[in-house]
Ligand binder design. Structure first.
Ligand SMILES: NC(=O)c1ccc[n+]([C@@H]2O[C@H](COP(=O)([O-])OP(=O)(O)OC[C@H]3O[C@@H](n4cnc5c(N)ncnc54)[C@H](OP(=O)(O)O)[C@@H]3O)[C@@H](O)[C@H]2O)c1
Length: 301
């Protein structure tokens, strides 16, 4: 790595979106010698989640709870992809990271936010992200907020277990539709913004990242059934049953209520709005749910 190159720091680099950003930057940046990529990894034992071909990536360990690791990761960074995990204290985390970013002369932040973060009164997860957005707005650093709708990957990461073991998705979402987005498309959008590919600039704006259609969980189950060749059912459970299930899995009480709040909004049809921003930035249609399931079909078997 050379000192004069600009450094893009990707936080959450082993996660759904972060790992894809690293992968996509690693392949696009090889032809763009102006940019170095730094991937901030939380648990060292998750490093193998980073794609093998990310050899031109500098890996650093960083824990938001250890300020010295945040400062070291931000050294010489000009552009920051900021991902924080849902927590009642996520604004505190952001405040510390942004103040450190200012000290290090960071010029541009792409923050992963959430669909509906600006809704009023909105829901708790959205309000927590909005608090972080405001900290960035007030920092004076240029930014873009990506507000994605629910990831298609949730069907694997959160509901895949019952799909595999019981051929069913159990959720309190009624027939409400969701404008699911493929996390790989969110990463592609972020990657373009981070390296300003072809002059891509959405500075000081929030963009909404969705797929091009909204589907109910019943419709998702039909698509998965078709691709796996097994009948997958969608069972519309009560909030109380969903609450019991999440608590039995050890989910914190506040998060249980926040997730239920989100499903309630889904049920009311408030998570179904689509936007054409992904297509506008990528110059192609967002991935469909069908093509997502095809790519991940082994995860449902
Ligand atoms: N899921 C959805 O449908 C959805 C939709 C819209 C927005 N969002 C938002 O997207 C974010 C989640 O994105 P994601 O799914 O890509 O996340 P993810 O896959 O859960 O990844 C989270 C990343 O954060 C790292 N991390 C955990 N604790 C950390 C710490 N103390 N310090 C530094 N890094 C830490 C994890 O590393 P380790 O694994 O090594 O701990 C991991 O790389 C949340 O802000 C959520 O609100 C989610």
């Amino acid at each position: 790595m050379t000192n004069q190159n600009r450094i893009v720091l990707v936080t959450g680099a082993t996660g759904n979106v972060g790992s894809e950003i690293v992968k996509q930057l690693a392949s696009s940046v090889s032809s763009n010698v102006q940019t170095d990529i730094r991937a901030a990894v939380h648990s060292q034992n998750n490093v193998d989640k980073l794609p093998q071909y990310a050899k031109n990536v500098e890996i650093v360990t960083m824990d938001y709870n250890k300020p010295e690791t945040v400062a070291a990761a931000l050294h010489n960074v000009s552009t920051l992809y900021l991902l924080t995990l849902p927590s009642l204290r996520m604004a505190d985390t952001s405040l510390k990271v942004i103040s450190e970013a200012k000290k290090h002369g960071v010029e541009y932040i792409v923050k992963q936010s959430v669909f509906g973060a600006d809704a009023e009164p909105g829901i708790l997860i959205g309000r927590l992200h909005r608090q972080e957005e405001k900290i960035i707005e007030e920092s004076g650093i240029a930014y873009t907020f990506i507000r994605p709708s629910a990831f298609m990957q949730n069907l694997v990461n959160y509901f895949g277990y019952t799909i595999r073991t019981q051929n069913a998705i159990f959720l309190p979402a009624g027939e409400g539709k969701v404008s699911f987005v493929d996390a790989r498309d969110v990463a592609a959008v972020a990657a373009k913004l981070l390296i300003r590919a072809n002059g891509t600039r959405y500075d000081n704006r929030a963009i909404v990242g969705t797929g091009s259609e909204a589907l109910s969980y019943g419709q998702c189950a039909e698509v998965i059934s078709k691709q796996t060749g097994r009948k997958i059912a969608y069972i519309d459970i009560t909030e109380e049953d969903a609450r019991k299930g999440m608590k039995a899995m050890g989910t914190e009480d506040w998060l249980v209520e926040a997730i239920l709040e989100e499903f309630h909004q889904t049920k009311l049809g408030n998570r179904s709005k689509t936007s054409n921003t992904v297509e506008e930035i990528l110059g192609r249609k967002p991935n469909s749910f069908g093509s997502f399931v095809k790519d991940y079909v082994n995860s449902f078997n």
